[in-house]
Design a protein around this ligand. Structure first.
Ligand code: SAM
Length: 382
């Protein structure tokens, strides 16, 4: 195992130390697992029976660990195509628990049981009888239930769609999703106690960038609202995964010359963040509906970035070239997607390039609204 981050000791918030000490992550992980090696940026297969030293080292590290591929259809040791259940980075688990602000006696709903570790930490804090965790995948739910029983914390593990919540256990003082959402179900607001907190990794279809929204439920129970607290990266709930647009269904075989041409002074450095905490695409996604994008690999100093409409066949491409101050743009279809992206980018720039925590989200029966600094000044999103 390599990488400082993986070796870094975990220091949970003071009120969580005893839970993390009593419940090592290793008690919740399967024999065969696929930790993410931070240095090589790949998932490696590690088996407890074959290499217990490496297995325990990864279990005790700060790496995310994949525990299921391809919704359970995967077999064998080699990694599958899409990771569909995992144990998140322990430092992220700890910081989300801190954001959740759990107090003794709280009733907590978790969506996405996964290994059961986070539910166990919650149960250690508030009592197993006060925690409900919902998991969509039957086999994952069963192994979480077994792990929780083994450590003597018989949390209610519900096999079902967490988007529906679990009305029988309501009202909840705290709701935490450990999978990414594009739309927060109003059912979670309805099942929350007034003043309750809903912590949810949230993003748009524009990019993979997400941030945790910390929503506080209004006293009248008709909405929940709050700022984003930190950028995160979660697997999405199954029903809100993006079906990736087929390039050939948008761009004709003759190529991009058939499309309307223009240029832009937005540069590659302006637009493409170099790390995963990509505030640019997060902010643009908040302003733009029904559009996604992908950056091609750079070849010979040229990098095309493609944009696809999700409700029609509009498309656009911006081609960044090293050494040029203007990038070429092609746009086609009912929408002018790059023009929309540029408007959103200029809006973000005009507002001083705000970071994640200046944005927020409000969820009501009528839908979701995003805001910058002031919840009263919001716009529909998602
Ligand atoms: C990152 S894992 C959860 C990690 C977990 N909290 C732990 O402590 O190990 C995300 C989980 O969400 C589950 N999931 C996806 N969509 C779901 C849904 N609609 N309802 C409930 N669970 C869902 C996945 O099957 C996966 O197990």
């Amino acid at each position: 195992m390599t990488g400082d981050d993986q070796a870094a000791p975990l220091s949970p918030p003071p009120d969580w130390v005893s839970a993390f000490t009593a419940l090592p992550r290793s008690a919740f992980l399967p024999d065969l697992m696929w930790p993410h090696d931070m240095e090589t940026k790949r998932n490696v297969a590690v088996s407890k029976s074959e290499d217990p030293g490496a297995w325990y080292a990864y279990a005790g590290s700060n790496s995310p660990i994949v525990t299921q591929w391809d919704d359970g259809a995967h077999e064998g040791v080699a990694p599958g195509k899409v990771f569909t259940s995992s144990s998140s980075m322990p430092s992220l688990v700890a910081s989300m628990l801190a954001d959740l602000d759990v107090r003794s006696g709280h009733r907590v709903l978790e969506v996405g049981s996964g290994t059961g570790w986070n539910a166990a930490l919650l149960a250690h804090r508030v009592g197993a009888e006060n925690v409900v965790t919902v998991e969509l995948d039957a086999a994952v739910a069963e192994s979480a239930r077994a792990a929780l029983a083994r450590v003597g914390l018989p949390v209610r593990v519900v096999h079902g769609d967490g988007l529906l919540g679990y009305p029988r256990g309501a009202p909840y003082d705290r709701t935490v999703a450990t999978c990414g959402l594009r739309a927060v179900p109003f059912a979670w607001v309805e099942q929350a106690a007034p003043g309750g907190v809903i912590l949810v990794p949230w993003g748009t279809y524009f990019s993979f960038t997400e941030a945790t929204a910390r929503l506080v439920v209004a006293e009248d129970g008709r909405s929940a609202s709050g700022p984003f607290t930190q950028p995160v990266n979660f697997m999405r709930v199954r029903s809100q995964r993006l079906l990736w647009p087929e390039h050939s269904a948008y761009v004709p075989a003759e190529g991009t010359d058939v499309a309307e041409k223009s240029s832009t002074s937005i540069t590659e450095a302006d637009f493409l963040a170099s790390d995963t905490a990509d505030i640019v695409s997060f902010a643009i996604g908040l302003r733009l509906r029904d559009c996604t994008h992908v950056a091609d690999r750079k070849r010979d100093g040229v990098r095309p970035v493609w944009f696809y409409g999700l409700t029609d066949r509009s498309w656009a491409v911006v081609v960044f070239r090293d050494g040029r101050s203007e990038a070429r743009v092609h746009q086609s279809g009912p929408r002018r997607l790059w023009a929309e992206v540029e408007t959103a980018y200029r809006w973000w720039e005009k507002h001083g390039k705000p970071e994640f925590t200046r944005f927020g989200l409000t969820v009501a029966a009528t839908g979701q609204r995003a805001w910058l600094d002031d919840p009263a000044d919001s716009w529909p999103v998602g």
